[in-house]
Write a protein that binds this ligand. Structure first.
Ligand code: NAP
Length: 276
């Protein structure tokens, strides 16, 4: 697996998404993932599983320093004061000395960004986290966050898969040396994996449709993907993508699916997204 370099951070190109994983199942999957080569875990205060993620990490026997751990502050907690309390509580629940990456989970239109970014920077200065970043920030808000931040942002975690045109956010991230971390990278494993462009590439390379989509993700400069699975047998599948290369034609055939312009994560608190 390669690491994506972004403003001084080195982020393993595939991470384990842990949203919806709970209790012993979560501990077990995290442990199994790390024993099988994963070196990047994605959680959030709102997932309610930080205790289990930390337990899985310790149970794996993999050296803490070898693993990149990300957590996030939920959008209702991003005002100064609340933000610090949330980040510190996450660190305690995870049972770690320091996070690798702390993200603002979503922007909040009722909370001025300036205070949030100040708190985010304070968490880095105090050693709570090595790196800082944002999530669900369209280009305008991203530019504002970059301008307000003393330390460089290393990631913008956004929904990204072949059904969604994220080229504007991607270009903005590239220009600022920020990694674009793709969430819902498999479009949750549904009909996307039936698409002809993906099935044809899968047959050509002797890989599964899921592996083709994940390869498409990480074969783009500066893109990291964090697929989730609740099945142990799929953990190996989802990192078994570093022994083949998609041709330029295969990459562009898959990228052409973006015309569908389908977004999964759209809530009443979502910001105004970039147009395609
Ligand atoms: N920042 C944010 O606002 C935000 C929002 C959403 C998600 N996230 C993060 O991103 C992670 C991933 O996103 P996601 O959970 O929404 O979607 P996803 O990773 O695209 O899809 C997960 C679904 O795909 C299935 N799957 C996994 N590997 C597969 C494969 N190789 N072939 C076929 N199906 C497969 C899984 O089923 P099985 O369990 O049966 O394998 C699961 O139902 C989350 O866990 C979370 O950490 C962040």
């Amino acid at each position: 697996m390669h690491d994506v370099k972004a403003n001084g951070a080195s982020i393993p190109a595939i991470g384990l998404g842990t949203w919806t994983l709970k209790g012993d199942e979560c501990v077990d999957l995290v442990e199994h993932a790390l024993k099988n080569g994963y070196r990047h875990l994605d959680t959030a205060a709102s997932y309610g599983n930080e205790v289990e993620v930390g337990e899985g990490l310790r149970g794996s026997g993999v050296d803490r320093d070898q693993v990149f751990v990300t957590t996030k502050v939920w959008w209702t907690d991003i005002a100064p004061g609340d933000f610090e309390r949330s980040a510190e509580a996450s660190l305690t629940r995870l049972g770690l000395d320091r996070l690798d990456l702390l993200l603002v989970h979503w922007p909040n239109p009722k909370v001025p960004l300036e205070g949030t970014i100040r708190s985010l920077n304070a968490m880095r200065e105090q050693g709570i986290t090595r790196h800082i970043g944002v999530s669900n920030f369209p280009t305008k808000l991203l530019a504002e966050a970059i301008r307000l931040s003393d330390a460089p942002l290393v990631a913008n975690q956004v929904e990204n898969h072949p059904y969604l045109d994220q080229s504007k956010v991607y270009e903005a991230c590239r220009k600022a040396d920020i990694a674009m971390v793709a969430y819902s990278p498999l479009y949750r494993g549904g009909e996307l994996l039936e698409e002809q462009a993906i099935r044809t590439a899968a047959e050509q390379h002797g890989k599964t449709p899921g592996q083709i989509v994940l390869r498409w993700q990480v074969q783009q400069d500066g893109v990291v993907a964090i697929p989730r699975t609740s099945r142990k047998e799929r953990l190996a599948e989802n990192i078994g993508i570093f022994d083949f290369t998609l041709s330029e034609e295969e990459m562009s055939d898959i990228s052409a699916l973006r015309n569908a312009n389908r977004r999964i994560a759209n809530y009443d608190f979502s910001p105004e997204w970039d147009s395609a």
